[in-house]
Design a binder for this molecule. Sequence first.
Ligand SMILES: [Zn+2]
Length: 256
Amino acid sequence: MSPAAQLAVLITQRFVKNAPPDLATLCEVLGLRVREVPARGFDGALVRSRTAQKGIIAIKASLREKARKRFTIAHEIGHFVLPHHRLLKTVCDERKIDSFDVRLNRPEVEANEFASELVLPSAILARTFNLSIFSLSQISAVASSFETSLTATIRCFLRLTALPCAMIWSAENQTPWCARSDSFRFFLPLEELPAEGSHAAGLFAGTPAPPDFAPVPASAWLDEAAAERVGTLLEHSIYLPNYRAVLTLLWAQTVE
Ligand SMILES: [Zn+2]
């Protein structure tokens, strides 16, 4: 677990009594007020008091999804409590929040690591998930009861499971980013994804994808050497029109 996530564990143990965590009460305890503002250019921002250990979290009022709002608040709490973030200007646009794009700078990655653990406490989720089944319907049900996004909830599952599986987020005209379980030890050539032959590429081309996991040529996602090591690669991809993105789950069934 990263140091940022460990700090979220400590704060959860000290201040959070219920699941899903009550972020409004936590903000109060920490000296933070949350204000919804008609923002343009950012989803969340943190304004610190110069004289006291308190601050205001500004959230874009037009954010539609509750999960997105909660993660954004948790991300800004992260900037407030994480060491070394005090002197940073923390104005965070949508690309920085709930993303694990490797191009993000370190403080944004840390704020996301913190937020992920705060909204989805590992100790509770390890008992909530059936960790031997990678299934979008299971993850959607947990996401809805914890009021978290699909991507945050999938990442939580991937941190906890022993299955060799991964998630890839592909948005139009952007290099995809991915998250994977510890046992998914295959190189994903992100710059070239989603490749022809994958269900994700089909969705971008307007072809419907199978409604659940279905076999896909491993070479559609993995480089040649990795593709040879995988027996069967299963893919479940869905198109998310609000983001003009495809969310892909990969599950390697037989690993030699
Ligand atoms: Zn941020």
